[in-house]
Structures are given as C-alpha cells and as structure tokens.
Design a protein around this ligand. Sequence first.
Ligand SMILES: NC(=O)C1=CN([C@@H]2O[C@H](COP(=O)(O)OP(=O)(O)OC[C@H]3O[C@@H](n4cnc5c(N)ncnc54)[C@H](OP(=O)(O)O)[C@@H]3O)[C@@H](O)[C@H]2O)C=CC1
Ligand SMILES: CC(C)(CO)C(=O)C(=O)O
Length: 294
Amino acid sequence: MRIGIIGGGAIGLLFASHLSGKHSVTVYTRTVQQASIINHEGIRLIQEGESRLLDCVMSKSLDGGVTDQDLLILAVKQYQLQHILPAINRLDVPLLFLQNGYGHIAHLEQLQSRAIYVGIVEHGALRHNANTVEHTGLGLTRIASFKGELDRLSLLNERMDGFPFARSEDYHSMLLDKLLVNAVINPLTAILQVKNGVLITNVFYYQLFQELFDEISSILEVENKAESFEHVKTVCMATAGNRSSMLKDLENGSQTEIDAILGHILSMAKHKGKTDVMASSLFKMIKGKETLGG
Ligand SMILES: NC(=O)C1=CN([C@@H]2O[C@H](COP(=O)(O)OP(=O)(O)OC[C@H]3O[C@@H](n4cnc5c(N)ncnc54)[C@H](OP(=O)(O)O)[C@@H]3O)[C@@H](O)[C@H]2O)C=CC1
Ligand SMILES: CC(C)(CO)C(=O)C(=O)O
C-alpha cells in the first residue's frame, strides 16, 4: 500500500519507520530541507537502546502537493492542521487523523474524502533531529471511523510486531477517554513542572489531580467515574517517568495543544452550564506561560 504521512515530527517519523517495512511510505514535510535530509540519509529509529537506519522512505515538501496515495496519515499538531486542510480537502483518499484532543473533529465534516478515520496513539515518541526518532514507549494505536467503513482500513488486519493497531467502534468515546487523560495530566504537570508520576506520589498534587478529575469528568458527563479515574491514574503511573507533552512544549518554548484539550472542555462546560473553575484557571496559566515563551 502507498502511505503518505503529513508531518515529519515525532509521530510522523515513528509511523514512517515502522510502516516502511511493509509499505511504500512518503513523508510530507513542512520544509524542503527536512525532505532532502530524509531522502539522502533515511530515517534513524532508536528503540530499546538500538539504532536502525530505514533508507526506503521517500520524502517531499507538502508545498508540492500530495499525489497518488492509498492512505494519508495526518501527524501534525492539532493547531497546525488548519494550514494542512487546503492541501487535503479535495482529496478522495482515506485519511487518518492522529491528533490528541478533540479540536480536530470540527474540521472533518468539510473534507471530501469518503473515508475518514481518527486514531489515538499510545506510543511515546521523541524526535531527536530532522531524521531521527526514538520510540520511548511501546503502546498501540487505536483507530475508529469518523466516516466510512473501518473494515476497509487494511492496517487493522496486519500483524506488525512492536507496532500494533486496534479498532474502536465509537470514535467519540475513544477520543473522550484520551482527552480526559490529557486534560488532567498535561496541564498539571506543565504548571507544576513535574514528571507525570509526581502527581500521584505528592499528596498535595494528588489532591489537585483528584479535584481536577472530578471537575472534568462532570463536564464530560463520564458515566462510570470510578473506573475512569482508575484509568487516568493507571496511565499516569505507567508513564510516571515521562515529562508530559505539554510540559515539554513549554520547556521548548513551543505552542501547546491546550486549545484542543482544555479549550474544548471549557466550551463544553459553557454549553452545559457546568462549573469549570480549575480547568479555566489552568487554561489561563498555560496560555500565560505560552505568551511568555514557556
Ligand atoms: N510525541 C508523542 O509521543 C505523542 C504525540 N501525540 C500526538 O500526535 C500529534 C503529533 O505530535 P508530534 O509528532 O509529537 O508533534 P511534532 O511537533 O513532533 O511534529 C509535528 C510535525 O508536523 C510538521 N508540520 C507542521 N506544519 C506542517 C505543514 N504545514 N506541512 C507539513 N508538516 C508540518 C512539523 O514540522 P516542523 O518541525 O518543520 O515545524 C513537525 O515535524 C499531536 O497531536 C500529539 O498530541 C499523541 C501521542 C504521543
Ligand atoms: C499520556 C501522556 C500524559 C503521557 O505523558 C500524554 O499523552 C502526553 O504527555 O501528551
């Protein structure tokens, strides 16, 4: 299968390196320079302390347009999507969106593709440079259909050791589960400047963690709060040594995905007339830090 991946960041390079074993992969980058590096030097994948060079991945700048793909994977940050949409909105190619949060869903209706899938990535990935990515945490990618038959997505039927895919029947609840995890862990770790696990081990931070979960789960009208709390806590403990993506973004002086995460929750709270004191305060704190450059 010909697979195009838009975005040569951590997730784009991770997917390119794992999928290139069985597929013909093209990475569409923002800059001509990155495409040239990938074409000349390949992609280096670091995993479990070993480094592998994948030299069969092609790369092009997205400015040249997308041609002849059987599947197009969107691996840019949620706030970067608006610049990509003009390049894909008339394509009739199956599309797979991998963004965190829920903000991208609003864009999907306007696309002409008859098959649109959304995924949540439970792997950890860190980009070291233009063509090197480290697979920092082995997980899986869950995929659900936004539009079109999920059965037609052949990736779901492939056995790929170390890089599994799983189907979800309901995109809304799949994205909300991940949204809840990111909405509780990411802003708290980013503001308190701690690794994920400290939210559980520090008694005072753990109280904040519980209170924020309570507020957000009420806004999202989560049905089984006890089970959902355990899930968020389990993810937090399983990723105890991680610096969350929001903390890393602030440390790097990059824009965060706060709009797609807490921003979406705040609009739901407003719409439903729910209390959002903590979420609203954290939103403003992150925005303030972004404005100061991290
Ligand atoms: N990293 C992780 O471990 C995980 C990430 N995710 C989610 O996956 C998504 C992607 O994250 P991640 O890969 O970490 O982000 P990165 O910032 O590492 O990568 C985004 C990439 O998109 C590229 N890009 C931006 N604009 C364009 C454009 N106009 N045309 C082509 N490429 C463009 C950027 O290019 P440039 O560098 O040149 O600006 C960058 O390489 C996010 O929503 C994130 O939340 C989910 C789970 C885990
Ligand atoms: C699950 C978690 C919180 C892991 O760090 C994550 O997805 C992130 O940092 O964005």
